[in-house]
Design a protein around this ligand. Structure first.
Ligand code: GLU
Ligand code: MG
Length: 456
């Protein structure tokens, strides 16, 4: 982080919202504020500043070296500025001891000349949302990130031993995991989250906490925050939380289903009481766009090698590009809801994604469906896991990419999705993922050894 001598960002002092942040810093006795943003892979980055610097941060921004951030700048153009968004201010309850507190502000990344940095994931989402706004819509997203809680070993390293399975010799079994889940919820509520439900998921050690839907930008901020809170609370309790999509073979992986609807000034544009599924023409077209661009946006919504071990038949994760009102094997499911709640659920994303980029590509795909009247076809009611190839063809059902490399090829071939990301992010993302794949390619796995070592 450098603290350059620059012209002030604003001529006119602090906004009302910024002043309120300063007042709260005073009130809560905040000593340090973390300025947060995410790199291209969705990892949260922090620059910590003493609270008395926050006014300056609002005024001038805080400079940092962009070349040290994955997918950002090259060395020769590395100076960048963080521009804190005052609406994201929150005290971090697990960093507060009653006397002093730490807080955070989520930031936009800005170039030296004050223009928004094209490679900032939050900026990518903002760009897509402003397009939606021009078309008359605001976008609501209800995300459902799933995660596992695992034991750590004696050295403090994460294992894949579920935290709540109760060991054989456990004389006093205690569901520590539900205590941790309760603590996560409590922490989130202190940070202003509205929690709707929380439950144990299908697999041992697997959990889901649902927070209330929000506008897409806040939803993405919330996902980033949520992952940080779950990890921090687990860590404090000596266990490991992971959002890895498929930590254990042969049981359910972790998804991050996204419930989506578009609002205009008259309310939910996805609602139509006359329709069998309570969905409007706009909703169907949006759905058509999502289905059409799904192969391409999968690289972003399912960005790791491991993501594709989740997208296989039999574990409630989608494999087929289709929609349904009943079927969890389809990419899109329409829940039984009407009016303000009319919406559909996109089931493919997983929680290893960059939430800003993932929501940006899904929304852009849907808007393209509206612009080009894309027909989503008819719902599939039967269990598609049971379909053979012929039956799939009969229904016109194609498959999601089966491997990261296939998803990257589909991404490169899709102008709409690439445009949503912009040249900078598209290029850097593909570069980063290509090198991840090259690394993986050379690795000899335990499966291969078990299969071939003694056979040949
Ligand atoms: N864990 C499943 C997945 O990988 C989803 C289970 C559910 O429907 O909540 O998407
Ligand atoms: Mg679930």
């Amino acid at each position: 982080m450098t603290d350059g001598n620059i012209a002030t960002k604003k001529e006119v002092g602090l906004s009302k919202e910024e002043q309120e942040v300063l007042d709260e810093i005073e009130r809560e006795n905040v000593d340090f504020v973390r300025l947060q943003f995410t790199d291209i892979t969705g990892t949260v980055k922090n620059v910590s500043i003493p609270a008395h610097q926050v006014e300056k941060a609002f005024d001038e921004g805080i400079w940092f070296d962009g070349s040290s951030i994955e997918g950002f700048a090259r060395i020769q153009e590395s100076d960048m500025r963080l521009d804190p968004d005052p609406s994201t201010f929150t005290v971090l309850p697990w960093r507060s001891d009653g006397d002093t507190a730490s807080a955070r502000l989520i930031c936009d990344v800005v170039n030296t000349d004050g223009t928004p940095f094209d490679g900032g994931p939050r900026q990518v989402l903002k760009r897509v949302l402003s397009k939606a706004r021009e078309m008359g819509y605001t976008v609501s997203i209800g995300p459902e990130p799933e995660f596992f809680l695992f034991e750590k070993d004696e050295e403090g390293k994460a294992t894949t031993v579920p935290h709540d399975s109760g060991g054989y010799f456990d004389l006093a079994p205690k569901d520590m995991a539900s205590d941790v889940r309760r603590e996560v919820i409590f922490t989130l509520e202190q940070m202003g989250f509205e929690i709707e439900a929380s439950h144990h998921e299908v697999a041992d050690g697997q959990h889901e906490i649902n927070f209330k839907y929000d506008d897409a930008l806040s939803a993405a901020d919330n996902i980033a925050t949520f992952r940080a809170v779950v990890r921090a609370v687990a860590e404090q309790n000596g266990i490991h939380a992971t959002f890895m999509p498929k930590p254990i073979a042969e049981i359910n992986g972790s998804g991050m289903h996204a419930h989506i609807s578009l609002f205009d000034e008259d309310g939910n544009t996805f609602a139509d009481d006359e329709d069998e599924f309570n969905l409007s023409e706009t909703a169907y077209k949006f759905m058509g766009g999502v289905l059409e661009h799904a192969p391409a946006f999968t690289a972003i919504t399912n960005p790791t090698i491991n993501s594709y071990k989740r997208l296989i038949p039999g574990y409630e994760a989608p494999v087929y590009i289709a929609w349904s009102d009943v079927n969890r094997s389809a990419l899109i499911r329409v829940p039984d809801a009407a009016g303000t709640s009319s919406r559909f659920e996109i089931r493919s994303p997983d929680p290893s994604c960059n939430p800003y980029l993932a929501l940006a590509v899904i929304i852009e795909a849907g808007l393209d469906g509206i612009e080009n009247d894309i027909d989503p076809g008819t719902p599939v009611r039967d269990d598609i896991y049971e379909f053979d190839e012929e039956k799939r063809e009969e229904h016109g059902i194609t498959l999601l990419p089966g491997r990261l490399m296939d998803a990257l090829d589909a991404l490169e071939a899709d102008e709409v999705v690439c445009e949503a990301l912009g040249d900078h992010v598209t290029e850097k993302f593909i570069e980063a993922k290509q090198s991840e794949y090259d690394e993986y390619k050379t690795y000899v796995s335990g499966w291969e050894k078990a299969k071939y070592l003694e056979k040949f």
